[in-house]
Write a protein that binds this ligand. Structure first.
Ligand SMILES: [Zn+2]
Length: 320
């Protein structure tokens, strides 16, 4: 990828591409969002980035960025939330290719917890009715007789309740689960604390991502501080190491987090933080608002186009 070297030089002009993933599904799942990739796609990505880029552990990459010593085509791999498939599906692929990664973990869901989007997805997956009466949510009656209809409703419901208050969101999830899945036990999708520990032991970097994944801009500053600190302490307990890197839940600057949350993360003792604004990090980028990019294209050619576009649009500081 010759153009990649031009768009991603090293040294004082060095820029760092930070990939971000959530789940790596064992196989395709139509109910998941389109950027939720499966094992085959992830394997293709890792193969491609190993050939095209210098893949670095994130702490090392940030040190090099600071010291103007970043190699050309520098890239690093991150995961958010703490899904079990990161351990069972992604880790073997990373190991096979000898690639390091950083995992930003939400400690409040480890074990049997489920994030709200997964409760919605798994509830709708389980309903056997041809339609659902969602008038209690102001959505009328919706058809759910086939997977396409279920897919549409999952996406709509997630958007519908994403920004509602945490207690209301939990109530909605409980009611929806009861309506769709009755007495069925919720599946376990998140890692166990021991698996996080194993990843850390295996040389992966573990970072903070809050305890309960709140949209920081929607809760009080005290609640945000508490959630950030609880997560940091829990991760220190699990891995025996205090995490130094943080990723904002949802991560959109000025929408999901504000300037004061950036300052909170710094005060908590973190040395760098990541948002979800696209682009690449340079020496000028705010170390507490480093951009990341979520690739989803399966073909290597399309992936390279995506990465080149990301490098071209984003060589600027994120300001909030
Ligand atoms: Zn997240």
């Amino acid at each position: 990828m010759g153009a990649g070297a031009l768009l991603s030089p090293g040294g004082a002009d060095g820029c760092l591409t930070v990939l971000t993933y959530h789940r790596v599904l064992p196989r395709k799942d139509i109910l998941q969002p389109p950027d939720q990739i499966d094992a085959a796609c992830f394997e293709g990505h890792m193969n491609a980035v190993r050939n095209w880029f210098n893949v670095l552990p994130l702490p090392e990459a940030l040190d090099m960025l600071h010291q103007s010593k970043l190699p050309r085509r520098a890239l690093t791999i991150t995961f958010d939330d703490g899904y079990e498939d990161n351990h069972s599906v992604a880790l073997p692929i990373l190991r096979k290719h000898g690639l390091p990664a950083t995992l930003f973990i939400c400690t409040g869901f480890l074990g049997n917890g489920l994030m709200f989007n997964d409760i919605v997805t798994e509830a709708i997956r389980r309903t056997q009715s041809p339609s659902l009466d969602l008038s209690w949510l102001g959505l009328g009656t919706r058809p759910v007789g086939n997977m396409q209809e279920k897919q549409g409703l999952v996406r709509e419901l997630i958007q519908h309740i994403k920004y509602s208050r945490k207690d209301l969101r939990e109530q909605t999830c409980d009611q929806l689960w009861h309506q769709c899945a009755g007495q069925n036990v919720r599946p376990s999708l998140m890692m166990l604390p021991e698996q996080v520990k194993e990843l850390a032991r295996d040389g992966m970097t573990i970072g903070g991502h809050t305890h309960t994944h709140p949209i920081l801009s929607k809760i009080t500053l005290d609640e945000a501080r508490q959630d950030i600190l609880t997560n940091r302490m829990a991760l220190s307990d699990i891995t025996g190491k205090t995490p130094q890197l943080f990723a904002y839940p949802n991560g959109r600057p000025l929408t999901d987090y504000l300037r004061e949350h950036r300052d909170l993360v710094k005060e908590a003792g973190y040395s760098a933080a990541f948002c979800t604004a696209r682009g690449v990090a340079t020496r000028e980028t705010d170390m507490f608002q480093l951009p990341r990019f979520a690739p989803w294209q399966a073909s290597p050619t399309r992936l390279s186009v995506q990465l080149l576009k990301n490098a071209r649009i984003g060589r600027h500081s994120v300001t909030a």
